[in-house]
Design a binder for this molecule. Structure first.
Ligand code: 5RP
Length: 219
């Protein structure tokens, strides 16, 4: 099976977690995009979606799914999204698609984070995938110097402006032994909007697309 077929399988498998009459939190990326296709088939059974990016909003609208502003909802039953890396504690690196800030907000609002991945995303230790950090533009150089002090090699993601008008630094060569501590440390740097470490708020359920079918990992 191709990687995209594995992503499709988990995107569709996530439908099982959608409860009728609810507003669904929807992530960003190619795996989340398969989930949106699946969600479109039951659009009459849900109230709508809160979306983590302009790209997902566009796709949800094309499926005829009503979009809710995050400020309009008190809580979400589930949030379905992919990840760039995930470890055995369900800590993740996210933000390959530059949507990390809105993703982290919706993950915080949601009761359950359903992470949908193909098996290539599973790792023992996070950090091989460069860690995305969303930064206020005027703080770019300062934040980059601080990230170097933490042992990383930040690379400015060229020609990318996030949906919030900010820039992304991708931090290479990090050895992430303690994801919670590193998330807190990077969040404390002035000018950082969001770090793509999802360790304080990890996933609750992971659906893994494998050659042998979809495997479920739950807490
Ligand atoms: C976007 C993300 C995505 O979830 C992550 O990049 C995985 O994407 P894909 O499903 O295309 O592999 O965090 O900001």
């Amino acid at each position: 099976m191709t990687q995209d077929e594995l992503k499709k399988a988990v995107g569709w498998a996530a439908l099982e977690y959608v409860k009728p009459g609810t507003i669904v939190g929807v992530g960003t990326g190619s795996t989340a995009s398969h989930f949106i296709d699946a969600l479109g088939t039951i659009k009459n059974q849900i109230e709508g979606a809160v979306s983590s990016s302009e790209a997902s909003t566009e796709k949800l609208k094309n499926q005829g799914i009503p979009i809710f502003d995050c400020n309009e909802v008190d809580s979400l039953d589930i949030y379905v999204d992919g990840a760039d890396e995930i470890n055995g504690y369900m800590h993740m690196i996210k933000g390959g698609g530059a949507a990390l800030t809105r993703e982290k907000i919706i993950a915080a609002v949601a009761k359950k984070f359903i992470c949908v991945i193909d098996e290539s995303k599973q790792v023992d230790m996070l950090g091989k995938f460069p860690l995305p950090v969303e930064v206020i533009p005027m703080a770019r150089s300062y934040v980059a110097r601080e990230l170097v002090k933490l042992g990383g090699t930040p690379v400015y993601r060229q020609n990318v402006v996030t949906d919030n008008g900010n820039v992304i630094l991708d931090v290479h060569n990090l050895v992430i032994l303690d994801p919670v501590a590193l998330e807190n440390k990077i969040n404390g740097i002035a000018g950082v909007v969001t770090v793509g470490l999802f360790a304080n708020r990890s996933a609750d359920v992971v659906l893994v697309g494998t050659a042998d079918g979809v495997k479920t990992i739950a807490e």
